[in-house]
Design a protein around this ligand. Structure first.
Ligand SMILES: NC(=O)C1=CN([C@@H]2O[C@H](COP(=O)(O)OP(=O)(O)OC[C@H]3O[C@@H](n4cnc5c(N)ncnc54)[C@H](OP(=O)(O)O)[C@@H]3O)[C@@H](O)[C@H]2O)C=CC1
Ligand SMILES: O=C(CO)COP(=O)(O)O
Length: 309
């Protein structure tokens, strides 16, 4: 097949494995690498067309620095699928990749993509975004199929922030359901959560409209309503009285929202941006408030117009 690409996926977790399944189903040559792999990264990336990073945030700088020492073809496209923020710099993963590889195109993939549903071959849609349109189109072709619809987008920062910021709201949504607060409360929470995502995201440099697409609202709806989301599970179990340590001991995989909440608190304080839901999620994760106290804090904030910001 002439359009067959060589795809190397870094990270053999839930998301790396699901992305591998999608690319393989389209007859691409796919190799998955993890830090436990017997095969060296150098050998694997030798003839790669696309390097996909599906490691969790805490692994991004490690894999970037491993790749930096290797001779890479200038044609290689980097695709990042991590939904997190760097705790030291507050940078997004794509900013880290682009800084390390300034001459390569970097593409972001993000959307409502619960990996378990994708592994069950249920239909889903996603967004691939880049400043280099041709690179986004290559990635679009590699992953598109009759069960995975891939849209391109020219706002990589907005696409990446949508998938990242919604993890904080997914924790809050889990709390909302765990406390059995009802459908009205959930709708209010997700809507005001989106307002908060837009507020900080636009200040960051992202486009407002991007947050109303698949990678923002779409992913917020998916993870804010599904027990398959690890972030949602964290919130749900906190509402049921478990401690964060207890929850993390049994959680399958990564809940990026925990780190993202801390990074967002830092950034919103530095830049004086109001993020009341994020702030309550932060206090809850620090065990400084109970879920009921967090709810009351939000309900008893000063009354104000819906849009004055
Ligand atoms: N699961 C999902 O539904 C989706 C997840 N995502 C995002 O994808 C990212 C990965 O999530 P997911 O696959 O679910 O998480 P998992 O916890 O299942 O996997 C994390 C992966 O990251 C690797 N990793 C962690 N630290 C390092 C490191 N220092 N060096 C090399 N590899 C490292 C792990 O390797 P090891 O196994 O060796 O620890 C593992 O392969 C997250 O940012 C998540 O938000 C995005 C969309 C959907
Ligand atoms: O981002 C996701 C789906 O789009 C996965 O959500 P969790 O990381 O909360 O499981």
């Amino acid at each position: 097949m002439t359009n067959s690409k060589s795809v190397v996926i870094l990270g053999a977790g839930a998301w790396g494995s699901a992305l591998a399944t999608l690319a393989k189903a389209n007859d691409h040559k796919v190799h998955i690498w993890s830090r436990r792999s017997s095969r060296t990264l150098e050998k694997l990336v030798e003839d790669a067309d696309i390097i996909v990073s599906a490691v969790s945030m805490k692994g991004v700088r490690d894999v970037v620095s491993q790749l930096q020492g290797l001779p890479l073809s200038p044609e290689i496209i980097f695709l990042t699928a991590t939904k997190g923020l760097d705790p030291q710099t507050t940078c997004t993963p794509s900013q880290i990749w682009q800084e390390a590889f300034p001459n390569h195109p970097v593409v972001v993939l993000s959307g409502p993509n619960l990996s378990q549903e994708i592994q069950q071959e249920l239909p889903a849609a996603t967004v691939v975004a880049s400043n280099v349109t041709s690179a986004a189109e290559v990635v679009q072709l590699v992953f598109s199929s009759n069960r995975f619809r891939v849209y391109t987008n020219a706002d990589p920062l907005g696409v990446e922030l949508g998938g990242t910021l919604k993890n904080v709201m997914a924790i809050a949504a889990g709390v909302c359901d765990g406390l059995q607060l009802g459908t009205n409360a959930k709708a209010a929470l997700l809507t005001r959560g989106l307002t908060e995502m837009v507020r900080i995201g636009v200040h960051w440099g992202a486009k407002q409209e991007t947050f109303y697409g698949l990678s923002g609202l779409g992913d917020l709806l998916a993870t804010g309503n599904s027990p398959l989301s690890r972030n949602y599970q964290v919130g749900y179990q906190l509402a049921c009285g478990k401690s964060l340590t207890e929850i993390l001991t049994h959680l399958q995989g990564t809940a990026e929202g925990i780190n993202t909440t801390k990074v967002l608190m830092l950034r919103s304080k530095q830049q004086n941006i109001s993020m009341p839901i994020t702030e309550q999620v932060y206090h809850l994760l620090q065990a400084e408030v109970t879920p009921r106290q967090a709810l009351l804090e939000l309900m008893l904030r000063d009354i104000k117009p819906e849009y004055n910001e």
